[in-house]
Design a protein around this ligand. Sequence first.
Ligand SMILES: Cc1cc2nc3c(=O)[nH]c(=O)nc-3n(C[C@H](O)[C@H](O)[C@H](O)COP(=O)(O)OP(=O)(O)OC[C@H]3O[C@@H](n4cnc5c(N)ncnc54)[C@H](O)[C@@H]3O)c2cc1C
Length: 264
Amino acid sequence: MDLIEVASMRVATSRADLALAPGEAVLGGGTWLFSEPQPEVRGLVDLAGLDWEPVTDLPGGRLSIAATCTLAQLRDAAPLFGAAASVVEHCVDALLGSWKIHRIATVGGNICLALPAGPMTSLASGLGATAVVWTPDGGERRIPVAEFVTGVRATLLEPGEVLRTIEFPATPAWVSHRRASLAPLGRSAVLLLARHDDAGFTLTVTASTPSPRVLAFPSLPEVGDLSAAIGTIVDWYDDAHGAPDWRRAMTLRLAEELRAEAAS
Ligand SMILES: Cc1cc2nc3c(=O)[nH]c(=O)nc-3n(C[C@H](O)[C@H](O)[C@H](O)COP(=O)(O)OP(=O)(O)OC[C@H]3O[C@@H](n4cnc5c(N)ncnc54)[C@H](O)[C@@H]3O)c2cc1C
């Protein structure tokens, strides 16, 4: 779609270029920005020119995924995630776009857009990743992705801030996921990630809630403890992709499947 209010377009090649003028927005892949009118946006600053390395190994088995890493590049890097490789692939596939969309849409754009069905938010929050944010004064701040996304189309990004990278901790010994949607090729209505290791059992609920909900247990919980923890969630998401009571019921059912899988 033509963005008729946009009067300027810059390609950032250095951090200094990320000083945003009033009305300027950063451009990741543009798969959302160009999909609907953007009456507030007067200029675009393309992050592609920064040429950030999409995937970088960090000490201790950690991985840094640049905000500009495309979904296709992330899928190619899935083996680096070890036990979480198939979960990475499933989360990429959960964005039901064509290969053309996957080759352009970025991990950072998906998280910053902050849709409940944002599969990169699901993946990053479910694996305990940290958002590294560049601030306009030249500094940076680090926020767990599960806290970075605060609601529907809402994040902790302040004006002028840019998501630089997402740092993933070493993959836990066991990770699995469950996903549900109303139609076989429908948008995610529930997307759960569970991880289990020496640190305990963590269930991250996404898509059925406006923002990620992390339920952590010191060890594998009993059925009742897990359902009681899910019962503390009160704001089930409601849109055309699923009614709140159905999302709650599916979350309970799929969470129990994950608990049983971890126990087996
Ligand atoms: C067929 C199709 C299916 C889709 N399905 C889904 C889906 O299931 N779930 C879903 O969540 N989305 C979906 N989308 C929407 C969108 O394509 C994705 O969310 C995509 O990942 C957005 O990434 P992008 O790089 O294209 O973001 P852009 O469109 O470039 O940007 C999105 C927003 O994030 C901001 N932004 C981008 N990068 C940064 C950064 N590094 N720092 C700060 N702000 C930034 C932009 O300013 C903009 O406000 C779909 C789109 C299509 C076309």
